[in-house]
Design a protein around this ligand. Structure first.
Ligand code: ADP
Length: 506
């Protein structure tokens, strides 16, 4: 690290996270630079920043994933650091390396940490070597099908087949019977190849009634690592988080301390620098296993900020400046309870179909204990090219009960017209007895289906079943003969049919 402090930060991202990062920069007197695609000329982050540069056409690969264009904008603007936000290039080791080569500080870990943790098999091996428990399963890339059968016989069904390069809930397959194993394995490999350009897969035991609990960590350049306690992220759909809260209703002080120590050990194992998250899967017996590490700031970071009383972006910048952490583990405490709801422009009653469009009217919730991290405004057109998340709503209370009551009140106040949103769906979750009692695992949405959706399973009427079934048959054939097209179909408007398939065959 050079001696001079960061004065100008380019935020290589868009949407709410770009605005959120710039807010902290503004507070500490750092000049902000936005980058934007052609589809984002009217975007909030462009208006908010001190300077803004166009980096290409709408598709992400031509703009927000375009390393050359982003480095070019950084040089033109004279930015001395780049904050990658989450998603896009935030976990791209090559980008971190390139920034370093160009003399621009990447606000995040070095390429080594990103690479080690980005490859799930290598991450598992590194954790085993550091005494962090991992889900029972293969320690190496699956070499052949005979080996797969051996492994499954050893660890027992059900199992998950996972892509080593996987992420965002993609590249995972649940195998319940021995007959499914080989076909699923072949499918998983071809999907992984298409989605990630790498067909390495491994097998791990499927954890029944799983809870997703993760620990926030901060690590400076001097070897100091602390954890900022847990986040409970078990309310998921399609392995993607919908609601996050801290403290976790499942947690107890002894387990918290133990898992926190493992999280710190995990970060130390890769000489980590910056903010990161260690994800664990926990069963009903409170046995916990390392799932993966996210080497960046996460969508759900605000609940931790509120309960622990830190600004994680400010800490990231201090760390990037080479400053030692200003607190020790024993200085940190959790105060009260926070919940975050992710609000999307989508239709929950029609299979969460994305619903981009023009925001006609918006009234944002305010008042005691409410934080709103958003980026849309009246008259703004949500582009169809990116993630349809509109905002994150975070509430805080002295108790879990109070923060739920505030969330219910804030969701009531939130009015948005012009696009369909998931607000009603979130309200139904806030009213669900299992949620209120804190008794839930990752199957919550499936288990509470009747309560959470106004339509039949997955938003289809019985009369439509014939059409759906025909489409599923088409998808099955496609998967065999044209895996590339199959993945595209799943990734496009039809991705929900993958889930319908499971529902229909129950
Ligand atoms: P990704 O990197 O794609 O997000 P993760 O490994 O973090 O994948 O897993 C995402 C989610 O999938 C978890 O939060 C959990 O709900 C589910 N999951 C992953 N592994 C298992 C497992 N072994 N058993 C049960 N559920 C799992």
């Amino acid at each position: 690290m050079g001696k001079s402090m960061i004065k100008k930060v380019l935020v290589a991202n868009r949407g709410e996270i770009a605005v959120r990062v710039m807010r902290s920069c503004r507070e500490i007197g750092i000049i902000t630079v936005a980058v934007f695609s052609d589809a984002d000329r009217q975007a909030m982050h462009v208006r908010y920043a001190d300077e803004a540069y166009c980096i290409g056409p709408a598709p992400s690969r031509d703009s927000y994933l375009n390393i050359e264009a982003i480095i070019g904008a950084a040089k033109k603007s004279g930015a001395d650091a780049i904050h990658p936000g989450y998603g896009f290039l935030s976990e791209n080791a090559g980008f971190s390396e390139r920034c370093k080569a160009e003399g621009i500080k990447f606000i995040g870990p070095d390429a080594y940490a990103i690479r080690t943790m980005g490859d799930k098999i290598t991450a598992r091996q590194t954790m085993i070597a550091s005494g962090v428990p991992v889900v029972p399963g293969t320690k190496e890339k699956l070499s052949d099908e005979i080996k797969a059968v051996e492994v499954v016989k050893e660890i027992g069904l059900p199992v998950m087949i996972k892509a080593s390069a996987g992420g965002g809930g993609k590249g995972m397959r649940l195998v319940k019977t021995m007959d499914e194993l080989i076909p699923s394995l072949r499918m998983a490999k071809s999907e992984a190849m298409n989605a990630f350009g790498d067909d390495a897969v491994y097998i791990e035991k499927y954890i029944e009634s799983p809870h997703h609990i993760e620990f926030q960590i901060l690590a400076d350049q001097h070897g100091n690592v602390v954890h900022l306690f847990e986040r409970e992220c078990s309310i998921q759909r399609r392995h993607q988080k919908v609601i996050e809260e801290t403290p976790s209703p499942l947690m107890n002080p002894a387990l918290r301390m133990e898992m926190g120590e493992k999280a710190v050990a995990a970060a130390k194992a890769v000489n980590y620098e910056g903010a990161g998250t260690i994800e664990f899967i926990v069963n009903d017996k409170l046995e916990y296993y390392f799932l993966e590490m996210n080497t960046r700031l996460q969508v759900e970071h605000p609940v931790t900020e509120r309960v622990v009383g830190v600004d994680l972006v400010k800490e990231q910048i201090n760390i990037a400046n080479g400053l030692p952490l200003s607190f020790k583990q024993e200085d940190l405490q959790q105060h009260g309870h926070a919940i975050q709801c992710r609000i999307y422009a989508e239709d929950p009653d029609n299979n969460f179909m994305p619903n981009p469009g023009i925001i006609k009217h918006i009234t944002v919730p305010l008042g005691l204990g409410v934080r709103y991290d958003g980026y849309v405004y009246e008259g703004y057109e949500i582009p169809m090219h990116y993630d349809p998340m509109i905002c994150k709503l975070i509430t805080w209370g002295e108790t879990r009960k109070e923060s739920i009551a505030r969330m219910r009140r804030a969701l009531y106040e939130y009015k948005i017209t012009g696009v369909k949103t998931s607000i009603k769906f979130l309200e139904r979750i806030m009213d669900a007895p299992d949620f209120i009692e804190g008794k839930y695992n990752t199957h919550f949405i499936e288990d509470n289906h009747a309560r959470l959706f106004t339509t039949k399973p997955c938003g289809i009427e019985c009369e439509d079943m014939a059409i759906i079934t025909a489409f599923i048959d088409y998808l099955d054939k496609l998967a065999e003969i044209q895996p590339q097209k199959y993945t595209e179909e799943l990734g496009n408007n039809w991705k929900d049919f993958g889930r319908k398939r499971n529902v229909l065959r129950l």
